[in-house]
Design a protein. Structure first.
Lengths: 440, 101
């Protein structure tokens, strides 16, 4: 039960603190607008903070994201709510009333000094969400090294209530009795930056359905490639062996009507090429093969990036992977058919396989709950004027940023966020100038 | 840690005792499955740490010695490595040997 209700008034409510939500919030706050930024996870940063490097420049992803995260956390015009979800947003008289639920962290944030002694003392080991199950976390832990805010969160569902964390806490900041709190926000405009999820690995039983330890999702491979990844290098989850043969299966979750994802996810070709190049660097003698239908390298510098990968020795095989089975020693065996005359189905064994999964919306408007905006046929937010005003949604005053309207790379998500911030500012000017009774 | 320091640390946790009692009374201290999982985890940690106490070993070597599945051994090595209980040694072929810190 909620203990109390906090009331806030802001120019703009931004939902989602991935790279698009962060950028939109900063663009608005730097213009002097007050922003309430809501994130359901314990840290801001979204998917981008999870990545190793970005294409096509191979810049360090966290080096780009972390300064933006810090700027948001310290900006005088931004009120940040993590571990918080929007229960609903209603429009009245051109403004919006949102109700948020802030879930308990079980930490008194004003006392916590982020020393991690509680995490060291905790005896409950769990699969780490940040490392997509490859690594471990404790039942009380700071989500990742550069998480913002830098406070631990206690996983009440898995805590065994032994009290070891409380015994070692030097500031006595652990509070097992915290309850969810309600926050009401009166905002002039709303930006939805609700992001994406990958198509579930379990949805492709012909590729093992998630049961094979050496068949990974692309985000798991991102963690293996990251400098502070769970293993300290690229190794096979089944036995810790350094792989000498790695394969990528393209379109493993996109352009697939059976999954309800008939569209191209736009980024899979490029992230596979990027990871292949990074693997060539970290495992110079490994064979890397990409099985693909088409390579879609549409952005600035992307075609050159693709050609560079070919020149580095990454093998591109135009073939459809029909099935993945598991051989001796958990080696994945791919049944493929090359798209070349005179070839038939064949079986190829690799040490490690990465499925290039597609993108689906993290919040589907059809699911309801958040706000009554319309969904497009692909399940993402509908943009009624995609070419001229891509930030618009079907409700005046509600704007979309990043992958909320469809699959996008980071460059487009950030550009989109700027457009949404500008559109929200224009809406505020328009509604504030309108005489009473003439609000949109 | 001396006995005095230990008692001091325990006193520090006193503030939470009443809270813990209250929460344990309302939702219990973990489900039987969670308690069993925790117990099994401790057993696996001990077996692995014992196997690499005197000599660095690779995941297949630890698995062979302990009888645990290689995948479980590697997950626990990853966990113990993160929390500074295990360190890497120079790579041997395709495998990294691990030693207890």
């Amino acid at each position: 039960m909620a203990a109390s209700t906090q009331q806030l008034k802001a120019d703009v409510l931004v939902v989602g603190a991935g790279i698009a939500g962060l950028q939109a919030s900063l663009d608005l706050a730097d213009q002097g607008k007050s922003v309430v930024l809501v994130e359901r996870k314990p840290s801001i940063g979204g998917t981008m903070i999870n990545l190793s490097k970005v294409f096509p420049t191979l810049d360090c992803a966290s080096c780009i994201t972390t300064p933006r995260m810090a700027s948001v956390a310290h900006h005088a015009n931004i009120d940040l709510f993590t571990l918080s979800e929007v229960d609903g947003i209603e429009k009245a008289g051109g403004r919006f009333r949102a109700t948020l639920t802030k879930r308990p962290r079980y930490i008194e944030e004003d006392k916590c000094i982020g020393c991690k002694r509680c995490e060291e003392a905790c005896t409950v080991f769990l699969e780490d969400d940040f490392d997509h199950g490859l690594g471990a976390r404790k039942a009380i832990s700071i989500p990742f090294t550069n998480a913002i805010p830098q406070y631990p969160v206690l996983d009440a569902d898995n805590c065994l209530l032994c009290g070891a964390c409380a015994k070692v806490c030097p500031t006595q900041c652990i509070n097992f009795l915290q309850e969810p709190t309600k926050v009401e926000v009166d905002a002039g405009a709303v930006i939805l930056a609700t992001g994406f999820e990958l198509t579930p690995i379990a949805a492709k039983p012909q590729y093992g359905g998630g049961a094979f330890p050496n068949v990974l999702s692309p985000l798991q491979m991102e963690r293996l490639l990251a400098p502070h990844g769970p293993y300290g290098g690229v190794m096979r989850p089944s036995d810790g062996q350094t792989p000498s043969s790695i394969a990528y299966v393209q379109c493993a979750g996109s352009r697939d009507k059976s999954l309800g994802v008939p569209y191209c996810s736009r980024v899979c070709c490029m992230y596979a090429i990027k990871q292949a190049m990074l693997l060539s660097g970290s495992l110079p003698i490994a064979d890397i093969t990409i099985y693909y239908m088409d390579i879609r390298a549409f952005g600035k510098g992307y075609e050159q990036f693709y050609q560079n990968a070919r020149a580095m020795g990454v093998e591109f095989v135009k073939a459809k992977v029909a099935r993945i089975s598991e051989g001796e020693g958990h080696n994945p065996i791919l049944r493929i058919e090359r798209q070349e005359a005179g070839t038939g189905p064949e079986e190829v064994q690799h040490d490690l396989v990465v499925l290039s999964l597609g993108m689906v919306p993290a919040w589907k408007p059809s699911r309801g709950g958040l706000i009554a905006v319309e969904a497009d046929t692909d399940g993402f937010l509908k943009s009624p004027s995609m070419k001229l005003s891509p930030a618009l949604t079907t409700m005046d005053g509600v704007f979309a940023a990043g992958t909320a309207t469809g699959p996008k790379d980071i460059v487009d998500a950030i550009t989109d966020a700027g457009a949404a911030a500008m559109a929200a500012t224009n809406y505020l000017v328009r509604t504030q100038a309108a005489p009473a009774g003439h609000l949109p | 840690m001396s006995e005095g320091e230990q008692q001091g640390d325990e006193r520090k946790g006193n503030y939470a005792i009443e809270q813990l009692k209250q929460v344990r009374a309302t939702r219990g201290a973990g489900t039987p499955a969670q308690i069993e999982r925790s117990k099994r985890g401790k057993e696996m940690q001990n077996l692995i740490l014992k196997a690499i106490a005197d000599e660095a070993k690779t995941v297949p070597e630890i698995a062979a010695e302990t009888g645990l599945p290689e995948q479980d051994v590697f997950w626990w090595i990853t966990a113990l490595r993160k929390y500074n209980r295990v360190q890497d040694e120079r790579k041997r072929g395709d495998f990294v040997p691990y030693r207890k810190k």
